[in-house]
Write a protein that binds this ligand. Structure first.
Ligand code: BJ8
Length: 425
């Protein structure tokens, strides 16, 4: 496949044959899942374009930015504060991957029973197919689950620019102090990388840009509370996925544009599914591009996903950073306050997450909750048991599903989802 970006990909060190295969799989999956949907808002055209250029124009923008002194920082977790990255004049991109790639190579360096998200990230590195990873000047890993924590020791042997952030696992004063100390260390690392001191004005601007991006997805989330829902869960998930790659200012504008259109739809009572269609909340592990299997199965069965309790969704975007502070110290404290609230399942205990799931189910008028965990993801698998039990005790129907990135269990998932939706009806 010839592409105007071929020389750029070659310079980044991609394996062009393998990369072509990945783009083909991505394109086919996108076509099958997204372009077959009926009645999509016209604002999704922008996101179609972003996806068609996800390894093209967007990478060119990043590469051009690097040439102008704007380094690229790659991250695997929503705990990496974009505000600090922007304040240093760099660009943050998400590196989590949602497709299996080079599995035989991956299983030479990681155990087979590692979650698909970690294996996928390694597959993209070993297969030399991810231009985001290859253009990153710094790759930030973080000590969250054991799988990630230990796999970064291996990743450190495969890349030369890994930075590992230690993260708390307990919501205590000591935990908060650790997060603050690690954000200070990260700020110093960013200053060293970019040669730019982070000052109050830069931090305020970084906070403003990222808050605006979050405000836009909050507006989208509010619109999904309507029945009929004006946008499919798949399209909303895609927007939440693009959140991690796109230029933040352009992304914010595009989300507001689609929200204007969705407001008109709501006013006209227009939805992507009939009023009264079963409304479902998805809760659990993050879904990185192109992990669309389960949402596709759910919506193909006639339900509508109205919210994602996930890091690619509301867990990752909930809450803004207070920008009122007038010193770097005040603003760093505000950043820590915001991020310390993230209720990832690696925290112990983690009662806030259950409260948020219940709250979201009510706010989004969900008839039921589908808990989603990747195979071998102990934090979310273990939490799925008390979460499902507590939801049922509160009168909210719930089901826990476990899967990976392969298509092998699609029929089995479909059967379980359909039975759950029948029960909701
Ligand atoms: S803040 S959820 S983005 S760590 S699926 S790799 S947990 S074994 S992704 Fe996450 Fe940050 Fe938490 Fe969010 Fe481990 Fe589970 Fe794999 Fe996971």
């Amino acid at each position: 496949m010839s592409s105007p970006y071929e020389s750029m990909w070659r310079e980044l060190g991609l394996d062009l044959t393998a990369h072509d295969q990945l783009l083909e799989v991505l394109g086919q999956g996108y076509q099958q899942v997204f372009l077959s949907q009926a009645d999509r808002p016209s604002g999704m055209e922008y996101f179609n374009f972003v996806m068609s250029e996800v390894h093209g124009l967007r990478i060119k923008e990043l590469v051009d930015g690097k040439a102008q002194g704007q380094p690229v920082i790659g991250s695997y977790c929503v705990f990496v504060p974009e505000e600090i990255v922007r304040a240093a004049g760099a660009t943050l991109v998400g590196l989590c991957s949602g497709a299996d790639f080079a599995p035989e190579e991956v299983e030479k360096v990681l155990p087979r029973n590692t979650c698909a998200l970690i294996k996928s990230s390694f597959g993209f590195k070993l297969g030399k197919v991810c231009p985001y990873l290859e253009s990153a000047d710094m790759i930030v890993g973080e000590n969250t689950c054991d799988g990630k924590k230990k796999s970064y020791e291996t990743l450190d042997r495969l890349v030369s620019n890994l930075y590992v952030m230690d993260l708390p696992q307990v919501k205590s004063a000591q935990g908060r102090a650790l997060l603050r100390a690690e954000y200070d260390r990260f700020k110093a690392a960013m200053e060293e990388l970019t040669g730019r001191a982070i000052d109050t004005a830069g931090l305020k601007e970084g906070i403003r840009i990222v808050n605006e991006k979050r405000r836009a997805v909050h507006r989208l989330a509010m619109l999904r509370r309507n029945d009929p829902a004006p946008i499919s869960g798949l399209d909303a998930l895609l927007i939440n996925q693009v959140f991690f790659y796109d230029d933040p200012v352009r992304f914010t504008e595009s989300v507001h544009k689609i929200c204007d259109e969705l407001e008109d739809r709501v006013a006209a009572g227009q939805g992507v599914a009939p009023k009264g269609a079963p409304r479902v909340l998805l809760s659990g592990c993050p879904m990185a591009v192109p992990n669309w299997k389960l949402p596709w199965i759910i919506e193909s069965a006639g339900a509508i996903i109205v919210g994602e309790e996930s890091c690619v969704g509301e867990r990752g975007t909930r809450n803004l950073v207070d920008s009122a502070g007038e010193t770097v110290e005040d603003l760093m404290e505000a950043i820590v306050d915001r991020y310390f609230d993230i209720d990832c399942a690696v925290f112990t205990p983690n009662p806030d997450r259950l409260d948020h799931i219940k709250q979201m189910a009510g706010d989004y008028r969900a008839k039921g909750v589908i808990h989603y965990a990747l195979q071998f993801c102990q934090p979310y698998q273990i939490e799925s048991i008390p979460v499902e039990k507590a939801l049922k005790e509160s009168g909210i129907p719930a089901i826990s599903l476990e899967t990976d990135y392969s298509a092998e269990d699609a029929e089995q998932l479909k059967t379980r989802v359909e039975a759950f939706l029948e029960m909701l009806a």
